[in-house]
Design a protein. Sequence first.
Length: 375
Amino acid sequence: MKVIGDLTGVRGAEMDEVVVEETIVVGSAVAGAEEATVVFAGSDVADENWVIPGSGVAAESERRVVVGFALTKKKVNSFMQPKLLSLARKKGIFFVEIDFNRPLSEQGPFDVILHKLTDEEWRHSLEGFQEEHPEVTVLDPPYAIQNVYNRKSMLEEVAALNLSNSYGKVGVPMQLVVTCDPSSIAMEVEKAGLAFPIVAKPLVIDGTAKGHELSLGFDQASLSLLDPPLVLQEFVNHGGVVFKVYIVGDAVKAVRRKSLPNVDRRNLGNTEGIIPFPRVSCAAAPADEANLEPGVAEFPPTALLESLAKELCCRLGLRLFNIDIIRKYGTRDQFYVIDINYFPGFGKMPEYEHIFTDFLLKLVPNKYMKHPACA
Ligand SMILES: O=P(O)(O)O[C@H]1[C@H](O)[C@@H](OP(=O)(O)O)[C@H](OP(=O)(O)O)[C@@H](OP(=O)(O)O)[C@H]1O
Ligand SMILES: Nc1ncnc2c1ncn2[C@@H]1O[C@H](COP(=O)(O)OP(=O)(O)O)[C@@H](O)[C@H]1O
Ligand SMILES: [Mg+2]
Ligand SMILES: [Mg+2]
């Protein structure tokens, strides 16, 4: 493949050195240079050679994957890590921060919009933009995200799926939404037949810490201390390990995290009250494999997670999420999904920079194609 000219000026083509099959091209080019297509490989992704289609070195915006992003500072810090940005650049993917002070339609052009903001104004402007630009992929559609911001609707598709195959069974713990007066909670719980201990979770996740203020209830009398609206979920003994299963399109990767220890139901009478607990399963709390019983530490079968993820991608209409799944203690293949998070902490997902950039390129295949010589 001929390479003519050099590579500067093609915004983002700041490679000092690219490998073009056995030829090393060193230098820089002026965008819009005469003929040629450029085949280049980012130095650390040598197995992926990409050709920029069409004649001439890319005229700037028409031959690059431009991802507009609207994220909180916290999310930018945890997600936009240097290793992601540099690999993305090598693959011709450019992240452009969306300016909230200008109409979305005056920005771009974008191939993809990546977002995780909860304010209504943003949602409204994004939905308007989506109508004008159906060609732009929105990760993910606001209506689908809203579904997992409510702890009732969040798990409904998992319950409806009721996945059961030779690898195992995946359900959701018995749960009850309470919006009533606190004094009536005990009666509602008794009517629903929920067993103690019970995990009390805010019904709505609003992006603030409040949406993660969970507590454990051990006896009926204490339930009147709770502050609806809540989801009350039966506590399932699971050996102190939760599996966080990250999903990026069709890529699935599980990690182990610390979780709440088993509760001995024979001692329930000795424990009472509502006990708040911290975010026990955050990244700072990986599950220490050494102290875990073998059956507890064992990851759920990959095939089970992959079929669960595939189904939920379709049913939830989401491509970027994770699932918190636990194994019922004492069983080998009885699993419960207890939480689903939209656009979670992908920065903690092993190999996320490769997984995420490959996913983005697959979203806009006509922008780049595998050069036949490299196929
Ligand atoms: O609801 P749970 O199951 O706790 O999941 C949380 C949320 O996904 C958080 O994202 P958000 O804050 O956007 O809701 C994420 O924080 P980051 O996005 O900062 O990574 C946490 O990452 P860890 O704290 O690393 O687990 C992850 O554990
Ligand atoms: N039904 C349950 N049974 C046992 N442990 C639970 C249950 N629900 C939550 N937990 C524990 O509480 C932690 C946080 O619950 P989760 O529903 O994931 O809320 P959050 O959205 O704040 O992560 C879980 O990682 C797990 O350790
Ligand atoms: Mg969780
Ligand atoms: Mg969550």
